[in-house]
Ligand binder design. Structure first.
Ligand code: F6P
Length: 325
């Protein structure tokens, strides 16, 4: 056990994700159970620089496991991207007696954590908190399951009206760089196909294939916001221009996907990761991102987690396209 760790700081950073609160709660409760103090940090790296600490976090975490968003708030900090900003943050952490950190967020959060840990004497463990599921070293990120369930609920409702009017719907979901939300929403909703950031779609070919559909009078296409053909509105326009004469509508689900009460899957994942973050810190681990792969805890150095691209499961994409025809 690393006896030098007396106080852990916990914070959330980047885009919020349902289940972040469950991860904060698990970190705080696990630390308390292991006789370690915890301090909350508001507004991510920005709060570190501004000295926005919550020493009484233990009394703020009751009744939050079911809440979406993050009670610690979140922010993106330009100042922390500079060595001066990180030095200031480190000084503030030391003034609070914080000697280790649990950082909950995405790749940007991991990059900041890696730099802080390389430049200063502080042990940091990262937990994957983002709805995008685009973090290497974990099968699922905290928030992804809730986000796809929110998306599915919306798409099921759109299906009713698409069916009634025999319309083609382009439904945009989040995912600037990754298509996991779109792919899973597409499979789960029985969509005709998906447009992803990772794949190229030939629009004229898509229109031709769609016209060949004999039995289906309505269709839904799930579009990830980062698709190379543009957003859902732009794609709808291109499809119209390519000679598709059926009624087309567009729906953008947007930030609805970021909110809401986390699913049980996300709560369990967040609890496992928060608990293990404290255990790993006490075992002497630092500079690593935690994940769950094949139901087992996985430790990935920050550098690798940031550099490696989580591969999209091509087989799932092929399956979707086969099952929807
Ligand atoms: O959390 C990740 C993500 O949802 C992306 O898919 C999306 O592009 C982005 O956040 C939008 O974030 P914001 O509105 O906070 O800038």
């Amino acid at each position: 056990m690393d006896k030098s760790i007396k106080k852990i700081g916990v914070f959330t950073s980047g885009g919020d994700a349902p289940g972040m609160n469950a991860a904060v709660r698990a970190t705080v409760r696990a630390a308390r159970g292991m006789q370690i103090d915890v301090c909350g940090i508001y507004n991510g790296y920005d709060g570190m620089i501004q000295g926005s600490f919550e020493p009484d976090i233990e009394h703020k975490i009751a009744n939050i496991i079911q809440r979406g968003g993050t009670i610690l708030k979140t922010a993106r900090s330009k100042q922390f991207m500079t060595p001066e900003g990180r030095s200031k943050a480190y000084k503030n952490l030391k003034s609070q007696g914080i000697d280790a950190l649990v950082a909950i967020g995405g790749n940007g959060t991991y990059t900041g954590a890696m730099k802080l840990g390389n430049e200063h004497d502080i042990a940091i463990i990262g937990l994957p908190g983002t709805i995008d599921n685009d973090i290497y070293g974990t099968d699922y990120t905290i928030g992804f399951d809730t986000a796809i369930n929110t998306a599915i609920e919306a798409v099921d409702k759109i299906r009713d009206t698409a069916d009634s009017h025999n319309r083609l719907f382009f439904i945009e979901v989040m995912g600037r760089h990754a298509g996991y939300i779109a792919l899973h929403t597409g499979i789960g909703s029985g969509a005709y196909t998906v447009f992803l950031p990772e794949t190229e779609t030939d629009i004229p070919q898509f229109v031709q294939d769609l016209k060949k559909q004999r039995k289906k009078l309505f269709n839904m296409v799930i579009v990830a916001e980062g698709n190379t053909n543009g957003n859902a509105h732009e794609i709808a326009q291109k499809v119209k221009s390519s000679g598709f004469d059926q009624d087309i509508r567009v729906a953008v689900i947007g930030h609805l996907q970021r909110g809401g009460s986390p699913t049980c899957h996300d709560r369990v994942l967040a609890s496992r990761l928060g608990y293990n973050a404290v255990r790993c810190l006490l075992d002497g681990d630092k500079g690593i991102a935690l994940g769950i792969v094949n139901d087992k805890l996985q430790k990935t150095p920050f550098q690798e987690a940031i550099k490696e691209q989580k591969a999209l499961n091509e087989d799932l994409l092929n399956m979707l396209n086969l099952l929807s025809k």
